[in-house]
Ligand binder design. Structure first.
Ligand code: BTN
Length: 259
């Protein structure tokens, strides 16, 4: 099980993670938290599930995690106005930096929110903006394949997914990884909360994703867009040159490299 004493020993935040909730079984930690947005300690809650019976990924996919070997958790960050993709990007950066601090691996971000090692997925982020009783928050749900041995993945999943243990060869404390991730995330979210520019976030994201200058395909709701990534704008959107002289902005969708 998740050891709160170990978690607390690593946690250095002011707020994030200060009110941990461990659930033996829940449908989805994102859904559980979405019903509690009026909690006065919202920013401090981190809800961690041993088992999720309806773990959700992006685009309606299922997210499966292996109890005791992976991590599935959610936290909430109050937002006003439009949801900001920067919250998702900041989460990815904190994940990538934490994984590389704890394991001898080279982690890369795949826009907008997948964490890859050796081109295979080790973690994903599902950010959903919800409102309750006048409060609007981004619910940030994260799933990480921490100590999963490769043989535990179903055959079809093993082709596209891996774990930190499988790539780095070291078992990592799930409590440490979560606490260090929150330590790294809090100052980045603080930058956004103050309404300050997301410049530092964009710059770190560009480095960790290596996306600028690459030819990519993006499957968005409007169809597939193929082009060269020219830049990332201040909201965290991708500026793509699709070759017909016009630049397009992408803020969501599934991306894949073509070069
Ligand atoms: C993705 O890669 O598509 C996102 C996966 C997000 C999974 C996490 S696990 C904890 C939280 N609760 C959910 O139902 N989903 C997210």
């Amino acid at each position: 099980m998740f050891d709160l004493t170990v978690f607390d020993a690593f946690l250095k935040t002011e707020k994030l993670g200060r009110a941990p909730v461990i659930l033996d079984e829940v449908d989805s930690t994102n859904d559980w938290l979405g019903k509690r947005l009026d909690d006065p300690r919202l920013a401090e809650i981190i809800v961690i599930a041993h088992v999720q019976t309806n773990g959700r990924g992006r685009h309606g996919r299922v997210w499966n995690h292996l109890p005791g070997l992976g991590l599935a958790f959610s936290l909430a960050w109050e937002v006003s106005g439009q949801p900001r993709p920067l919250v998702t990007l900041a989460t990815g950066i904190a994940l990538a930096e934490t994984v590389m601090e704890l394991a001898p691996v080279d982690a890369q971000l795949k826009y907008p929110n997948d964490l890859l090692i050796a081109d295979k997925k080790v973690a994903g982020v599902l950010t959903e903006v919800k409102g309750l009783n006048g409060r609007r928050a981004a619910i940030i749900g994260v799933g990480i394949n921490v100590n999963v041995p490769l043989h535990k993945f179903p055959d079809d999943v093993r082709k596209i997914a891996t774990s930190i243990f499988a790539e780095g060869g070291v078992k990592i404390s799930r409590e440490a990884i979560l606490a260090i991730f929150l330590n790294r995330l809090e100052p980045m979210l603080g930058l956004l909360g103050d309404g300050r520019s997301g410049e530092a976030i964009i710059s770190s994201y560009k480095k960790l994703s290596g996306i600028i200058g690459r030819k990519i395909a993006v499957t968005a709701s409007s169809g597939e867009i193929i082009g060269k990534v020219m830049d990332m704008d201040e909201d965290g959107g991708l500026i793509i040159d699709s070759g017909d002289g016009k630049l397009e902005k992408i803020v969501a969708g599934e991306t894949r490299f073509l070069d």
